[in-house]
Unconditional design. Sequence first.
Length: 401
Amino acid sequence: MNRIYLFLISILQFHCVFLFDGLDTKKDNDSQIFLALLWNQPEGYNWNLPPGFPTPVVPSVNPMSEAKVELGRFLFYDRSLSRDQSMSCSSCHIQEFAFADGKDFPSGITGEVHPRNSQHLSNVAYHTRLTWNNPLMTNLEIQARVPMFGATPVELGLQNNDFVNRLNANPIYPPMFQRAFGDPSANEQNVRFALASFQRSMISGNSKFDQYNFRNNRSALTESEIRGMRIFNSEDGECFHCHGGFNFTDTAFHGNSGSQEFFYHSNGIHSDTYYLPLSNDKKGLFDVTGNASDIGKFRAPSLRNIGVTYPYMHDGSFMCDDANNPSKPAGIGKTKKDCARDALTKVINHYRLGGQSHSPKDTNLIKILPINDSQRDDMVNFLLSLTDEEFLTNPKFASPF
Ligand code: HEC
Ligand code: HEC
């Protein structure tokens, strides 16, 4: 297990300001986020938290408000945020997939393929580190720069402030910016701040598991799902070590936790070989730190809504296939649930075999799991019980356009 201590990270954060600085003029404002390192409990905002959920902490420079969340929703779905106005954040983060996109790898406005799979955004407010493998991504305010301005790969492809002019010229925005920031004009930083507030509002906690576990509805889970949950939380299963807690990940921070916890692990998916070498952007934490011991390490994803976030892993390598017609593109003709069941069966088989003998891996936790096929199916059923249908259709998170 790899733990990086906070003092190290605060040094790294300065690099981040330069590494991901899309627009130089905003450097000072963003430094405030890092220098402050103060995270505040927001006041005057109603999170509407599900039972069992702690209050998220937000950077003191960007407190939550209804007005910012609402503005952020418009911006998240607005194609003005891409250079050629063809894509928005929602092109790769789609509500019905819990804000993942159902593909192995997404492409940006130039067609360039992203080296990693789109992540879901359920409960993103609680992650201490964002993205699959970048410990420099400490908050949503700074992360938004990557899809907006990033060039490796190009996502929304912005190169200047033209998008701000487009927003200011649209009559719906000045009153919304006024309400959110006390100033009717958009600017690059306020756009990112509003996007961050909207994403923090994406709380998901009404799955069948939540009803069983936090709402005391003992009939919400079937016998099979309960058996699967027991294996998940057992010392044989080991799953809970990396995917534990209310958000099913070990990288979390909130009002009840003392410190910002974050870890990176290798679960044996990584398959770099002499004959089939991987590029650095597929090598996990190594891509950022350059340490050989970090090859193949990724953040353990939150398993919330896992039933709709296939294909799985940073490389989308576990996807459903059409067993009757292998020439068809994966998943065509199947329901979402069948697709997820297919892909999750492959995931559990991977763990069952002790990580397919790929190395490197966390050998103390990724090891042969002695279960039979019916117990494997119980685990798949448990994972499918983590889907929160309400979240996938809640109009609060839907496109306003
Ligand atoms: C071209 C597709 C694409 C677009 C457009 C896109 N994203 Fe993403 N998003 C991704 C991918 C791929 C990842 C994983 C990134 C990585 O590991 O480096 C990701 C990761 C994230 C994460 C991290 C989630 C986590 O669990 O850590 C957040 C937050 C996010 N995106 C927000 C946004 C916002 C906000 C926008 C619009 C400004 C946006 N994305 C636009 C593909 C996209
Ligand atoms: C040592 C830590 C660790 C353990 C133990 C572990 N996982 Fe994982 N899990 C990870 C990491 C890291 C990833 C992402 C790997 C990647 O993308 O290459 C992952 C990915 C997944 C995914 C895909 C998530 C997604 O969004 O793509 C599922 C499902 C999953 N694990 C389920 C389980 C189950 C079930 C168990 C127990 C049998 C388990 N994990 C045990 C670390 C772990």
